[in-house]
Unconditional design. Structure first.
Length: 310
């Protein structure tokens, strides 16, 4: 599914022309596992920012899209797995704003297979899909791999997997700023660490950011270094009070357990709020477990960032 990418005519508009809903709304819910310990639970409804670019995808992509438009770049190339939310968001941004988009997908075994629903959505939004074997995918930063991609697709701006770079981290500081004074602990599910890096930087002193990794390889000893690197690149050094709890990935990205499904089903029944299962359900499952362990002081407020839709 290769081919040369040609620029679309005319300058792409600024992402603000898409009228994002900012600041995203807050929703306090009375949830018994928290209430019985005297803890307030507030949901930061970033899933309502934009129907095609919800949650942290908007916050991470918008500054990258503005930089691309300012530089005159007309094509975006990025990376992701077969069910990547980031690939879908980038494809949608390209459709809405006039960028050509290229998605480099992990797993060459997918090349000859029918597209799953996620990749089909990318293709429907105009993204060109290029499949790499897993060994080469791990080396996509190597000059020879990049040169081969340029030979295939021409000029493009690279956005990293998950959209996490210095621009994205700076964009996510707005999330922290919107939550200043709202909660003692602000928690977010983590894939590549960019949202946590910016969130922590935007909060007030005395507030704590908590990341819940959803990848098995994203446990604290691994993802913590990535968050530190992103903060150095974005802000010149560490910012904010943040931590990771890697116990709630449920086996890895997009993996689920009967316990997670039972929790999510019960939460949905209690609050009539559908939960996205890859990120959001794991976040709330982790916070509920932590509340039961006494991790949050009675009288404190916990805010959970709802980053996506089911």
């Amino acid at each position: 599914m290769g081919g040369v990418t040609r620029p679309a005519p005319g300058p792409p508009p600024d992402p603000q022309t898409l009228r994002p809903r900012l600041p995203s709304p807050l929703q306090e819910i009375e949830d018994e596992p928290f209430a019985r310990r005297g803890i307030r639970l507030v949901l930061k409804r970033d899933d309502l920012i934009h129907p095609d670019l919800p949650g942290n995808k908007w916050r991470k992509l918008a500054p990258n899209l503005r930089a691309a438009a300012a530089a005159g770049d007309r094509a975006l190339l990025t990376f992701g797995g077969a069910y990547s939310n980031h690939l879908r968001a980038t494809a949608a941004a390209g459709r809405l704003l006039g960028f050509a988009t290229i998605g480099v997908v992990r797993g060459d075994e997918l090349a000859g297979a029918p597209l799953n629903w996620s990749l089909a959505r990318c293709a429907a939004d105009g993204m060109r899909l290029h499949f790499l074997d897993r060994a080469r995918y791990r080396r996509t930063g190597d000059p020879d791999i990049r040169a081969a991609l340029h030979d295939l697709f021409g000029a493009f701006r690279v956005i990293p997997a998950g959209g996490s770079n210095a621009l994205a981290a700076r964009g996510c500081t707005e999330l922290g700023q919107e939550l200043r004074g709202v909660a003692d602990t602000v928690a977010v599910a983590c894939g590549t660490g960019g949202t946590l890096a910016g969130l922590a930087a935007g909060l007030n002193p005395g507030q704590r950011a908590l990341g819940v990794p959803v990848l098995k390889g994203g446990e604290p000893h691994f993802l913590g270094g990535t968050v530190e690197e992103l903060q150095r690149a974005a802000f010149g050094g560490p910012r904010g009070d943040w931590a990771l709890d890697g116990r709630f990935h449920c086996g890895g990205y997009a993996r689920r357990t009967p316990e997670l499904d039972a929790f999510a089903d019960a939460f949905e029944d209690r609050h009539q709020l559908p939960l996205e299962r890859i990120y959001v359900a794991k976040l709330l499952y982790g916070l509920t477990t932590l509340a039961g362990e006494g991790a949050f002081a009675p009288g404190s407020t916990v805010a959970a960032v709802i980053t996506g839709t089911p």
